[in-house]
Design a binder for this molecule. Structure first.
Ligand code: GAL
Length: 738
């Protein structure tokens, strides 16, 4: 009798705490060995990355709603320091950078947030998210035990946390943020030395001391100190074990595809393999996973990392770059999520019991004392299906697949059985025509004379540009005596060679274009070499060094040099080689059209644009083009088809659509066989095609009429063939396919 009332009291107390936690007081989010615990409840949490600057605020709610409809509980985003603090102490949280609005939109839709503050984020984002000015803070060294770096990192992290607290956005305050991340894949235990290890401990403590009331994670950081949770990133994470038995098994990046480089193939990851990876993670006790990316979006402006990350960050994600559902990825994962959620009670209540069902087959059974039972039946064999017997019933398992049985009987989902067909995506012409192009040739005749920077020898590109532009002009003059034998038809053939650690160079002699060269992402530097059209007297040499995204990965990338390093040599003269490296060089940061703000619809440009016709159109380097167009009708997402162009940047109504480059994909393509071996199931597409032909134009950037498009083209493409297309999607259901 007495015992009975004690247990009643305990039960009453338990429910009161639960009730108070959820309704009035927001309990801190915590964790235990099984799961993240929210309001006293262990949860199986399904998360997806959507990076707010990679879409527009007008798109956010729809994307997040689609994520919710797809069965997600959490939206994960990095915080991008360099867009928020473009110069020290000057902050920008407007438009696409309105982090608070993004988080409140997630809250409105009814999902949680994982806020990955970093502030190093990698993410194929320019400079890994660091502002370029940070590199020039005296005595700085990134991501190690360095005073100036730690001070700046702490300042930004505190700023973001305070902003979230002011808006009551942490779950402990009634908001949607249930997790935060500090640092990103530091891997301090891997040959990084003691200074990096002590920085890691400092970063963890700094974060925890901010008192957010929600747990912190460090991804790919085996030594993350308590109470920080170390988490896994990868194509598979079932093998992962947290560094303490009392921490839950969390997967912060389940890669749904991969990013693309200019000149690279498009990587896809078959949904059967993602589903297999996720089910395998859950059956081995995982309780939180995040799709990286769920919606990849677009690297607008010059936000793409480098070198050579393309403007699209589509990532083969379940929601495509344009915000459309990618099938069968979206629905198959939605079905998976539903099956997992049906098992939630068993998953959080019990540890799995593993039994063998065959050579490559296993059952993972979660059975709690009160009769709840969920089972995962796995076939790891990649070649053949298997018929297994479980609890006296037969189950057929396709190769490389897992079946989910939420009641240990009914097979409600198998990772390899996909019930929807593929999206049929088409880019179709719109009714909007871009007519009447006008052009302006970038003036390179007086670069040297007008230069305000002059040095003996060569300067480093980033130091000169501070990333205000992709471009830096290096100009010099060289005197050639009329007695040179090549001028009189001799056998010598002069040539110029330019060594650069930049991403590319366009070479001009006496205003004439000689050629271009680019490195590959595997090379640290490259050499341009070409016959030189020198004349007697003064020759003007102008080198336009081009950057295509600053590095976002690589330890201490802040120390890497970029731009033309030399030597710069003239060969084939009578006295052999002439080294120009150490002579007087003049510089111009950026190109004239940038300085004159030709892209702005309101800019009062002093430029005389020339009206061109298709007939007078000429192929010339470094040309600006502009035209006006009306918005296409309808609501479908829009893109520019830039196949007729070479390389450059494009703006609409002053908003940068991004860098474009019609470089063709090299490398081997292979077919998408999901049942590959563990860890190597990606497939490559698009060989022999431009890595990116279509460039997303957000609808919200258009007015009904008279939209200004401005293009800066480097090698000399044909704007007359640029067209606005609509992205149309038609999903076939499995029955239509048969
Ligand atoms: C991870 C990194 C992410 C992203 C990803 C590749 O290692 O944490 O930020 O760069 O690789 O897309």
């Amino acid at each position: 009798m007495e015992n009975n009332s004690v247990s009643k009291l305990i039960t009453l107390y338990f429910f009161t705490v639960l009730f108070l936690c959820s309704e009035f007081i927001h309990c801190n989010v915590t964790y235990d060995k099984k799961a993240i615990v929210i309001n006293g409840q262990r949860r199986i949490l399904i998360s997806g990355s959507i990076h707010y600057p990679r879409s527009t605020p007008e798109m956010w709610e729809d994307l997040i709603q689609k994520a919710k409809d797809g069965g997600l509980d959490v939206i994960d985003t990095y915080v991008f320091w360099n867009v928020h603090e473009p110069s020290p102490g000057n902050y920008n949280f407007e438009g696409r950078y309105d982090l608070v609005r993004f988080i409140k939109t997630v809250q409105k839709v009814g999902l949680y947030v994982h806020l990955r503050i970093g502030p190093f984020v990698c993410a194929e984002w320019n400079f890994g998210g660091f502002p370029v000015w940070l590199k020039y803070v005296p005595d700085i060294s990134f991501r190690t035990d360095n005073g100036p770096f730690k001070e700046a990192m702490q300042g930004f992290t505190q700023k973001i946390v305070q902003m979230m607290k002011n808006e009551k956005l942490f779950e402990s305050q009634g908001g949607p943020i249930i997790l935060s991340q500090i640092e990103n894949e530091l891997q301090s235990n891997k040959v990084r030395g003691t200074a990096v290890r002590s920085y890691m401990h400092w970063a963890a403590k700094m974060a925890v001391d901010l008192g957010t009331g929600v747990p912190w994670v460090m991804c790919k950081e085996d030594d993350a100190p308590d109470p920080v949770i170390n988490t896994c990133n990868g194509f598979y994470c079932d093998y992962f074990t947290p560094n303490k038995p009392y921490k839950p098994k969390l997967w912060t990046e389940a890669w749904t595809g991969w990013f693309t480089e200019f000149g690279g193939t498009i990587v896809q990851r078959p949904v059967e393999d993602i589903a297999f990876g996720v089910a395998r993670f859950i059956q081995k006790g995982g309780s939180y996973f995040n799709y990286y990316m769920y919606h990849g979006g677009t690297n607008f402006g010059r936000s793409a990392g480098g070198p050579f990350i393309i403007t699209s960050y589509d990532y083969d994600a379940p929601i495509d770059e344009y915000g459309l559902l990618r099938e069968p990825k979206y629905t198959h994962l939605k079905d998976l999520h539903k099956a997992i959620k049906q098992c939630e009670h068993a998953l959080i209540s019990a540890d799995p019991t593993v039994t063998s069902l065959g050579t490559h087959q296993e059952a993972h059974v979660f059975s709690s004392g009160n009769g709840t039972c969920a089972a995962f039946l796995a076939n790891y064999g990649s070649n053949s299906s298997a018929r297994v017997t479980f609890n006296n019933r037969h189950y057929d398992l396709p190769p490389w697949s897992i079946s989910i049985l939420p009641d240990c009987v009914r097979d409600v989902f198998n990772t390899a059985r996909v019930r929807v067909g593929s999206s049929q995506i088409q880019m179709v012409p719109s009714n909007s025509k871009i007519l009447s192009w006008e052009t302006y040739n970038e003036d390179i005749s007086s670069l040297e004379e007008n230069s305000r920077i002059t040095t003996s020898g060569l300067i480093e590109q980033l130091n000169a540009t501070r990333d205000t532009s992709d471009y830096l002009w290096y100009t010099t003059s060289v005197h050639i005596s009329s007695s040179e034998s090549f001028l009189r038809g001799g056998n010598n053939k002069p040539s110029i060679s330019v060594n650069s650690a930049g991403d590319g160079v366009h070479v001009f002699i006496n205003g004439q274009f000689l050629g271009s060269a680019f490195r590959t992402s595997k090379q640290k530097s490259f050499t341009f070499n070409a016959p030189a059209n020198l004349r007697a007297g003064t020759n003007k040499i102008a080198l336009l060094s081009v950057a295509v995204g600053l590095p976002n990965v690589g330890f201490h990338f802040e120390t890497w040099k970029t731009g033309i390093t030399g030597p710069i040599l003239l060969n084939g003269l009578d006295h052999g080689e002439k080294d120009l490296t150490g002579q007087k060089w003049s510089y111009q940061v950026g190109i004239k059209g940038e300085a004159m703000n030709l892209v702005s619809p309101n800019g009062v440009s002093s430029v005389d644009w020339t009206i061109e016709t298709l007939a007078t159109q000429s192929q010339q380097q470094l040309k600006w083009h502009k035209a006006y167009f009306n918005a296409p009708d309808g609501v479908e997402p829009l893109a520019l088809d830039l196949r007729s162009m070479g390389k450059g940047q494009v703006w609409i109504n002053g908003q940068s659509i991004g860098r474009y480059w019609m470089v063709y994909a090299k490398g081997a393509c292979n077919s998408c066989n999901y049942a590959g071996t563990y860890r190597s199931t990606k497939c490559q597409l698009g060989c022999g095609k431009p890595s990116q032909q279509w460039y997303h134009v957000p609808r919200s950037w258009l007015k009904p009429t008279k939209n200004l498009i401005v293009v800066f083209e480097e090698p000399g493409g044909n704007p007359w063939k640029i067209s606005l297309v609509k992205r149309i999607e038609h999903t076939q259901v499995a029955s239509e396919l048969n």
